[in-house]
Design a protein around this ligand. Structure first.
Ligand SMILES: C[S@@+](CC[C@H](N)C(=O)[O-])C[C@H]1O[C@@H](n2cnc3c(N)ncnc32)[C@H](O)[C@@H]1O
Length: 265
């Protein structure tokens, strides 16, 4: 099921999901994606490391939620699942965790379904996260998520693909209002460095995809948590968010360009 007719996969139009998969060492990409990824790495050689640091943040945020007792996860803009994915992170702590992955990109949904392999406690749904009411009404979502219980809403590396405006504000309000007390919201988000020209070049590059880039400054990212209380250490560069004890210390966290934070309500 989906909030809109599921479009066919277009190998000629670069896809954010497939480009991210490439950065993470996956194999689900076409020549059009490889061209954008190559240019991105040329502009910023750290790009694959940035993608890995983001996924590592996401795993830690999921584990945090599961350790708080949360047993249901709504993964919005879920992308193409890698070996170290959200479902695995949740199930490592909570084998009974129920998950819904949502993506607007048919490639991401295809591979997510393939990886779920009939898992009765998880589903991949095609949809636009800007339509929370329709998404939360999907039969798979209704079957898997009990909105009377705490929920983890995951918005990892996706909000910078959505422009500011009433549609985004209403969507964030929709998830916040749907989430029972005790829920958490995890966001990671690209933040421009001082290199304005680099940001402009990146933005122009992603204009080739279906999902152009809207980088935001730290205070603008913090506003996306409206109605949620940020837990310690607040909104920080991804490697700084509750690193694992055996993680290598990071001397220059701003190099990772992406901020991460978790809010609770
Ligand atoms: C960079 S990937 C992030 C994947 C994963 N969440 C992660 O953190 O590694 C961004 C994903 O968001 C998806 N996306 C972009 N806009 C979306 C929207 N309006 N609704 C749902 N998914 C969207 C893209 O298709 C892509 O798969």
């Amino acid at each position: 099921m989906s909030t809109a007719a599921e479009p066919p996969i277009d190998p000629n139009r670069p896809s954010t999901a497939r480009i991210a998969d490439l950065f993470l060492g996956g194999a689900h990409h076409f020549a059009s994606d490889r061209a954008v990824a190559a240019r991105a790495i040329e502009l910023l050689p750290d790009t694959p490391a940035i993608a890995r640091a983001n996924r590592a943040f996401l795993r830690r945020a999921v584990r945090y939620a599961a350790e708080r007792g949360i047993r249901q996860f709504l993964d919005l803009g879920s992308g193409i699942p890698s070996a170290n994915n959200v479902r695995q992170a949740a199930r490592d702590v909570a084998p009974d965790a129920q998950l819904v992955h949502v993506d607007i990109d048919p490639t991401a949904v295809l591979y997510a379904r393939h990886q779920l392999d009939g898992d009765p406690r998880a589903a991949a749904v095609h949809g636009d996260l800007l339509h929370p009411e329709a998404l939360l009404d999907e039969p798979e979502v209704q079957n898997l998520l009990d909105l009377d219980q705490p929920l983890a809403v995951l918005l990892s590396s996706v909000l910078h693909f959505l422009p500011d405006g009433p549609a985004l504000d209403a969507a964030l309000a929709g998830y916040r209002e749907a989430a029972a007390p005790g829920s958490v919201l995890a966001i990671s988000h690209v933040t421009p460095s001082d290199h304005t020209e680099l940001t402009e070049r990146f933005t122009a590059l992603y204009n080739r995809t279906e999902t152009p880039l809207t980088p935001r400054k730290p205070d603008e990212v913090e506003r996306l948590f409206a109605g949620w209380r940020l837990v310690e250490p607040g909104l920080v560069y991804c490697p700084e968010w509750r690193p694992d004890p055996d993680d290598e210390p990071v001397s220059d966290p701003a190099r990772f360009v992406t901020l991460g934070g978790v809010g609770e309500r």
